[in-house]
Design a protein around this ligand. Structure first.
Ligand code: PLP
Length: 392
């Protein structure tokens, strides 16, 4: 009987979990994408969301979402392949493809779903996927679902990748996949070398730009910033972070997108995004196109804050972007530092295993382009005070 499973396994496991410092709860936060959030009634500066450009509350997005909902209702009704199509989705895909310098694009219900679609469509049990050890969980899940063999190389280590590629020389179907900006470290992939290796070994190259889209390369991502748009085969990204909306996308050659439409399980077997979301995404994309300097402003203020933290003696773990980790090591230290910063009016994420490797708990600041000079002052002051506790 299911009750015995509940009593025997679920209750004790939940009880054990509750007593560990990796136990997770949903924080008492309201309005989590805003520049300032309410945390149990206190106003905190929000350095924890991925709303990097503050677009989620931009009037252009709200108006587009409202218009689309008024005209088309609140649901898409079914999978795109059945009845869930809207002209808005096709316009968004065409504009995304152009923006990413690609022939075609496909929009999915999330960035998570985009990676599931990529690997279930393009990989199978005869494929070997070479994946940076710190790639996002959705990449790992996509590979697992595809039945391909996962080979993980050390973070950013192109020498290691090269040796692993050579070891699998007899395998015909090879894919190399990397995040462009790493979500918990804020460092960037060595894409030029990765592209060279991919070409030399006949591997398909997949780059996930979730944290770079809207930010780097005048909003087009790291591939565009490095002039590698044409050298990367499959471009994955999200509309849920800097674009301030919801959804994922894949961009590439026409035939690649055709396979995704036919075989991407998360695309086929899930209801399409609703009109309001499509409207907001399209407005966000157009906003970024006509304001290409937003990302550069974010990079400038990120550098100021990072330099300040390094000057105080904090280890920012190789970050070069708007995502700035502060190394803490043990979970308890990260949670303590987070609480101290909260008292300084700052909301910062404390990231712990299994999101990051054991023993590498950290604070994670994600900065945003709409921070004011006063906000930046508050951040600097908060960390200066934290330092006294960290390095007494
Ligand atoms: C956040 C993230 C995703 C998932 O995107 P969602 O739209 O939030 O589902 C995929 N890949 C990477 C690298 C991410 O950081």
């Amino acid at each position: 009987m299911s009750t015995s499973f509940f009593g025997k396994y679920i209750v004790p496991e939940a009880a054990t979990l509750r007593n560990t410092d990796s136990y997770r709860t949903i924080p008492p936060i309201d309005d989590g994408a805003a520049r300032e959030v309410l945390y149990g009634g206190t106003r905190l500066l929000n350095l924890a969301s991925n709303n990097y450009l503050g677009l989620s509350s931009h009037p252009e997005l709200i108006e587009a979402a409202t218009k689309a909902a008024t005209r088309h209702g609140c649901s898409s009704g079914a999978s795109r392949l059945i009845t869930g199509n809207f002209a808005l989705a096709e316009t968004l895909e065409a504009e995304l493809a152009t923006f990413k310098h690609q022939e075609a694009a496909l929009v999915t219900s999330s960035g998570y779903a985009a990676n599931l679609a990529v690997f279930t469509a393009l990989a199978d049990r005869h494929t070997v996927v070479f994946s940076d050890r710190l790639n996002h969980a959705s990449i790992i899940d996509g590979v697992l679902l595809s039945g391909a063999r996962l080979v993980r190389y050390r973070h950013l280590d192109m020498g290691h990748l090269e040796r692993l590629l050579a070891r699998e020389a007899l395998v015909d179907k090879k894919i190399i996949v990397t995040d462009s900006v790493f979500s918990m470290d804020g460092d960037v992939a060595p894409l030029a070398r990765l592209v060279e290796l991919g070409k030399a070994h006949g591997a398909l190259i997949v780059v996930d730009e979730a944290h770079a889209m809207g930010v780097l390369g005048r909003g087009r991502g790291l591939t565009a910033a490095l002039g590698l748009s044409e050298d990367v085969d499959v471009h994955v990204g999200t509309l849920s972070k800097a674009l301030g909306s919801l959804g994922g996308y894949v961009a590439g050659r026409v035939e690649t997108i055709e396979l995704l439409r036919n075989r991407g399980r998360s695309f086929i077997f899930s209801t399409a995004l609703p009109p309001a979301v499509l409207g907001a995404s399209l407005a966000a994309l157009r906003h970024i196109k006509s304001n290409p300097g937003l990302g550069a402003r974010l990079m400038r203020l990120s550098k100021q804050i990072r330099d300040h933290l390094i000057g105080l003696g904090f280890d920012t773990m190789g970050s070069t972007t708007q995502i700035i980790p502060v190394s803490c090591g043990r979970n308890r230290v990260a949670l303590h530092a987070q609480a101290l910063l909260r008292a300084e009016g700052l909301l910062v994420a404390a990231v712990r295993p299994p999101t990051v490797p054991q023993g590498t708990a950290r604070l994670r600041l994600s900065l945003r382009a709409d921070l004011t000079d006063d906000d930046l002052k508050r951040i600097r002051l908060g960390f200066s005070r934290l330092r006294v506790t960290f390095f007494p």
